[in-house]
Design a protein around this ligand. Structure first.
Ligand SMILES: Cc1ncc(COP(=O)(O)O)c(C=O)c1O
Length: 391
């Protein structure tokens, strides 16, 4: 190990976690000073802030005027499950999964809702389900960007505009970094803690007119708790989509989300955010191309995520190890980087193949990604040297 030297440059911010993600550059607690704390969220000022959050979301994400946008409880998970429990069961459903979050929605539909007509289409880590095999006249549940494998849907071309079913899309690590083709999506969900570096616990639920039509014409066979109820007397509760939340939101988190949206607008909105994430991915791609011991978990370049970038060690000296030893090696690299204070929380997700996962969303500075890359080489070499010593 003696000849392995640490790189001279360190990332200014070592936060590369895939959620909660790094806050925007320059963020301080002062950004929250305008929060109407100790006031009712139903007071004029609270309602105005919540409505502003909805309107700014529409502007930045370019959500069509006839789509509803609601702030709902329990983060992205709450928004997805609210949609699944409220909409599914009217017709058969195709459930797509290529990593653990998609697999979680499969469990919901098959084991909890026990839907009689559910087809599961799965692909392994690094791959993606072939959308040509999906029947869009059924409902379809899928994740746009698989956060734990770094595999994303490249575009919406395979989804027909004139489908009969509803598309329910968990876009939590895609929204604000990737294009979402609104005409192909009936339900889109995300949480504030991802690409905009906001706070957790609040979910966003976006509904197309066809999703609303389903809500108003179909009543699921199972009971719905208050926290999931989007209709009353067969009519959509419109207030939810104007900032009259079902239960009490944190106005501190709302203020933080408004700050993040303001920052997004200052960059030129979605295009500015996407450009930052793309530049971060490009910096990692340059490094991977120059080093033959590391590769992307995503099998094809067009499915490579520009937010949750998952890397694996491709060196035969590592791939030849037992599964447990490979996992220990990857963990060793991640913890060495953490100990050095240059990268926090970049170990692969617990259910994913061993490797590293680097968040590259818009709040992360490209200079920090660039500064991190030589550290990956350093930690890899150091870990490999310690393997040799142990042998
Ligand atoms: C694709 C995806 N779905 C769902 C979730 C769960 O999000 P939350 O914890 O905000 O409910 C995550 C969180 O990482 C995710 O990446």
């Amino acid at each position: 190990m003696a000849n392995i030297t640490t790189p001279a440059l360190r990332p200014a911010d070592p936060r590369f976690s895939s959620g909660p993600c790094a806050k925007r550059p320059g963020w301080t607690l002062d950004a929250l000073s305008d929060a109407p704390l100790g006031r009712s969220h139903r007071a004029k000022i609270g309602k105005a802030k919540l409505l502003q959050a909805i309107e700014d979301t529409r502007e930045v994400l370019r959500v069509p005027a006839d789509y509803r946008i609601g702030i709902v409880p329990a983060s992205d998970t709450g928004a997805v499950e609210m949609a699944m429990w409220s909409l599914l069961g009217e017709r058969g459903v195709d459930l797509l999964a290529w990593e653990s979050f998609g697999a979680g929605w499969v469990t919901d539909a098959v084991k909890q809702l026990k839907l009689a007509d559910a087809r599961v289409l799965e692909a392994g880590y690094g791959e993606i389900v072939d959308f040509a095999n999906v029947d869009f006249d059924r409902d379809v549940v899928f994740t746009w960007n698989g956060t734990t494998s770094g595999v994303r849907v490249p575009n919406g071309e395979a989804i027909p505009a004139d489908r009969a079913g509803l598309t329910i899309c968990d876009a939590t690590s895609a929204a604000f970094a990737q294009d979402l083709p609104w005409d192909k999506l009936d339900v889109v969900t995300f949480s504030w803690q991802k690409v905009l570096g906001g706070e957790a616990a609040h979910g966003m639920l976006i509904l197309s007119p066809r999703a609303v039509e389903r809500l108003e014409s179909y009543k699921p066979a199972w009971p719905l708790p208050k926290i999931f109820r989007l209709t009353k007397g067969g009519k959509l509760i419109e207030g939810i989509f104007k900032g009259e939340t079902i239960n009490t939101p944190s106005m501190l988190c709302v203020e933080d989300y408004l700050d993040a949206l303001q920052w997004a607008r200052s960059l030129g909105g979605l295009d500015g955010l996407k450009a930052r994430a793309d530049a971060n991915l490009a910096a990692i791609e340059r490094f991977v191309e120059a080093n033959d011991w590391i590769g992307f978990l995503a099998k094809t370049p067009e499915t490579r995520s520009n937010t949750s970038v998952c890397l694996t060690f491709t060196d035969p000296a590592i791939t030849g190890l037992s599964a447990d030893d490979q996992a220990a090696f990857a963990k060793g690299v991640a913890s060495a980087l953490e100990k050095e204070g240059v990268a926090l929380d970049i170990g692969a997700y617990r259910d994913a193949p061993p490797g590293l996962r680097i968040w590259a969303g818009a709040t992360v500075e490209t200079a920090d990604i660039e500064a991190l890359m030589p550290w990956l080489a350093y930690a890899y070499e150091a870990q490999k040297a310690s393997l040799k010593q142990a042998a």
